[in-house]
Design a protein around this ligand. Structure first.
Ligand code: ZN
Length: 241
């Protein structure tokens, strides 16, 4: 299996373009998207159209659902809510229709993978799974070998051993025959693990690697300033927080 998994792009076009270029440079053709095309960033339409054409499978995130009136934005923090309302104002019907076509969960049979934005337990409730240490109870809620998630913007690899114990990895791991995995692929457009570079997961012949890609953060920040998006959202990109 050779496959790239990308998530949480959040309207950050320079970050998405840098990641797609990196994936192409590694000769990986198959890409899947784990949700949150929009929200926070300045280019929600361009990003959504590009994700539609670039990826073979997509699931929706909570910010995508907010564009369809399906997520209650009352629980978003004020800056996130302001960005959601700005995005709602500029989103084209074409982009909205694309988001509307994405399910909350998708199975890839050949890859033996489940894709969900949040967690495999009631994915539409948008709960957070932050670390491998919390992953154990979630393994009972999917049948596939691998479950890919996003949502927290913090990449990790949780491995379930045949003994029933779990192991955690941050940067990469071998995918063992007798183990199962929950993998948070990180965020392309707004990383929150103190590394501002875009993140994605690369599957290549029995291994998974969390890849980091530098991109022109300034360009995204300038576009956000022009759009009048909240300052804390602009500043955090430089810190990866
Ligand atoms: Zn997100």
């Amino acid at each position: 299996m050779r496959l790239a998994a990308i998530s949480d792009v959040h309207g950050n076009l320079p970050a998405l373009e840098a990641v797609l270029k990196d994936i192409k440079g590694k000769n990986i053709r198959e890409k899947v998207f784990i949700g949150d095309s929009v929200g926070y960033g300045p280019d929600p339409n361009e990003v959504t159209l590009l994700l539609k054409s670039a990826c073979k499978a997509h699931v929706a995130g909570n910010h995508d659902w907010a564009m369809l009136g399906l997520t209650d934005i009352a629980y978003f923090n004020p800056a996130a809510r302001a960005a959601i309302m700005w995005t709602d104002g500029v989103l084209t019907e074409e982009a909205r229709t694309i988001l509307d076509g994405w399910p909350v969960a998708k199975t890839l049979k050949r890859e033996n993978m489940l894709l969900v934005h949040s967690t495999p337990i009631a994915p539409e409730e948008w709960n957070y799974l932050f670390s491998p240490e919390e992953a154990l109870p979630y393994f009972d809620h999917f049948k596939q070998k691998i479950c890919l998630v996003g949502h927290s913007h913090i990449p990790f690899i949780a491995e379930l051993l045949p003994s029933g114990r779990t192991m955690g990895y941050r940067e990469g791991a071998e995918l063992r025959e007798d183990c199962r995995y929950i993998i948070n692929v990180g965020s392309v457009g707004q990383p929150r693990d103190r590394d501002p570079r875009a993140a994605y997961a690369l599957f290549d012949e029995g291994t998974v690697e969390i890849v980091r890609v530098a991109y022109d953060i300034r360009q995204t920040q300038e576009r956000m300033t022009l759009a009048g998006l909240p300052k804390p959202l602009i500043e955090r990109l430089a810190y990866g927080m």
